[in-house]
Design a protein around this ligand. Sequence first.
Ligand code: ADP
Length: 456
Amino acid sequence: HATKRTMADHLRKYESIFTLTSPRMRMIVDAFKDTLELGLEKPKQVVPMIPTFVFGWPTGEETGDFLAVDLGGTNLRVCLVTLQGNGKFEITQSKYRLTEEQKQEEGQKLFDFCAECLKTFIETNLGEGTVKDGEKLPLGFTFSYPCSQERIDHGELIRWTKGFGAANTEGRDVAAMFRESLKRHNVPAELTALINDTTGTLIASSYVNPRTRIAVIFGTGCNAAYMERVGEIHKIKNLGIDDDAQMAINCEWGAFDSFEHEHLPRTKYDQIIDETSNKPGEQAFEKLISGRYLGEILRLVICELIDEGVLFLGQNTYKIEIPYALDTAFLSLMEMDPTEELLMIIGIFTHFFALETTLAERQFFRALAKLVGRRAARLSACGIAAIVSKMGYLETGCSVGADGSLYNKYPGFADRVHEGLQDVFGEKGRNIVTYHAEDGSGVGSAIIAAMTKIRK
Ligand code: ADP
């Protein structure tokens, strides 16, 4: 019983540092809203509020065959999407694993790999005659890193995120680089739209649910998109686009509170993650929320307690001391464990880390996972609330299409976001509802490629 009491004492300490109160959330929402507005007003802001040159919502009448390549974070995905009109579609896809080395090598080589995979995909999946000799299929390229765009088929990489660092790519037009690789490998595809997965998710979701106003991704990274009136995007006034036109904005909100760290409650574990990341100071909001980091936050707490002699005394702990050894998927499993003895958690620690645990420790780990997961969901709610309040969607209510493993697989994540929205807005917060979005990087990218074709 001595251990149990100790673990409970420790838990209280972590409860106090990982808990976000409602007043604190409202302060974050206010600062977030100002940041979004600043990003629309001036170029080169921390949260860049990127104009995507995707104009307005789809009609549902878009048709045709489209290729889609998605360079996401963990995988490379290649799809063939057949839009049938009336909001219907068919999709065939393949996934290719990306290695850590590929994420860091020469940028052109990374795009060569994408082109090779696309070529293989076309050869294996497209029947004879789908692409006629000398013809090319339109290709939507989902490239989910912040790019500054002047038109839909072009985009300069502002900076890598999510652990990517391929050389000679930042500052360059990634659409042109990919086109070069497609040419080199003789791939019968023409890159017509460069999009962000968040924008794709926004468009694909509105295709099936017209109440959708916002899309959010909770995967390796965290980001959001929404539709804005061009007149509000002051920084592109010079382009002479009709003020009343609508354009999707890729917020790149993962960067909120970067560098100055004025608004978000960061613990020392968050600071360690930041300092040891390949991009210190950057993506401050994302580092508290996304799948890439949540497991690591919990692992750092465990390591601290190992150092203090509280956990695993006398056991060899080297496996859990490896950075990023604890995937966020383990947090999901810990929270999901249905057994009283927490057998799932026993399994995780014995199989993956060769560690024995007591019941009190397992209860502690689960409670800790809950704190970290809950904080992430509540911070996400702050971001959504900022867009809702900026756009005045609270009264009428709106749907928020959400995607990514964290949203789809982490138990209770959506409920915690909804709870957070009610803590910010009170009862009216119920008007804002998230739901599992349509596939943005496949279907969304195809719809955008089709919308572009119609527009031309
Ligand atoms: P993408 O790389 O395109 O963002 P995902 O949406 O699948 O892909 O996100 C991957 C991230 O989700 C990884 O950081 C991983 O740790 C996390 N993840 C994977 N499975 C789960 C799960 N079951 N529960 C919570 N997080 C998960």
